[in-house]
Design a protein around this ligand. Structure first.
Ligand code: 6PG
Length: 231
């Protein structure tokens, strides 16, 4: 198991500024090479500062294709939906066409939504960048310890979860296998609450985060609160 590059910043603001610049750089490279940038967005609260910075910078256009790492089985307009949080923080204020911003239809139930989402992804190439968060138990997207992560070759692209330990219990997630079909996997992790899980990861423990890695690079973007220098 290879560990990510631990990229530590003094505070979340400096992390967000560097991450936004790196994302723009990767988008420019992908668009120059292939005319399109496929990016997977992380749910949860940590990346909202990044999304707000992207909105402030009017980032994104019709050459961006936006995908979700996971979604919670809640009504499509529920404020706790990852899609609702990300649309309001960034996408609704961007020039990315709505047809390029595909919320996972998790309001239809996990099983049906996972099949639909996998169908959408069938013709989508490897992702350019995957953004992910990490929970205090080492979960990422909606891949949780003690559950299946879809790591095996031949795994479907999307999983239905019915008993997630982080509410709501119903979720849809990209599998580890599909998340790994990405040039770059970037985890965005801040705050002291994540220290223990990061130490477990760094010690080589098998966690959902350890099953996800990019083909070109895997970077954990951290603030000092999550990765204190004196530890
Ligand atoms: C979700 C996310 C989940 C999240 C982590 C970290 O739907 O909850 O996909 O994987 O990224 O739980 O969440 P925070 O950033 O809020 O700590």
């Amino acid at each position: 198991m290879t560990l990510p590059e631990w990229r530590v910043f003094p505070d979340p603001d400096e992390l967000v500024a560097a991450l936004a610049a790196a994302l723009l750089e990767q988008a420019a490279e992908a668009i120059a090479a292939r005319g399109v940038f496929h990016v997977v967005l992380a749910g949860g609260s940590t990346p909202l500062a990044l999304y707000r910075a992207l909105a402030a910078g009017s980032v994104g256009d019709a050459r961006w294709q936006v995908w979700y790492g996971d979604e919670r089985c809640l009504p499509a307009d529920h404020p706790d939906r990852n899609s609702v949080m990300i649309e309001s923080a960034w996408l609704a204020h961007s020039r990315i066409p709505s047809g390029n911003r595909r919320p996972i239809p998790a309001e239809r139930g996990a099983a049906e939504a996972a099949v639909l989402y996998a169908g959408w992804l069938a013709d989508v190439p490897d992702f350019d960048v995957v953004l992910l968060g990490m929970g205090e138990d080492g979960h990422t997207a909606s891949l949780f310890p003690g559950h299946g992560w879809g790591t095996e070759a031949g795994s479907p692209d999307a999983l239905a979860i019915a008993d997630a330990p982080k509410p709501p219990p119903g979720r849809v997630s990209l599998t580890a296998a599909r998340l790994n079909r990405s040039a770059r996997v970037w985890f965005v992790i801040t705050g002291p609450g994540k220290r223990h899980a990061l130490r477990r990861w760094d010690s080589g423990e098998a966690l959902p985060v350890t099953a996800v890695h990019g083909m070109a690079e895997t970077v954990a973007w951290l603030d000092a609160a999550a990765w204190p220098a004196d530890d």
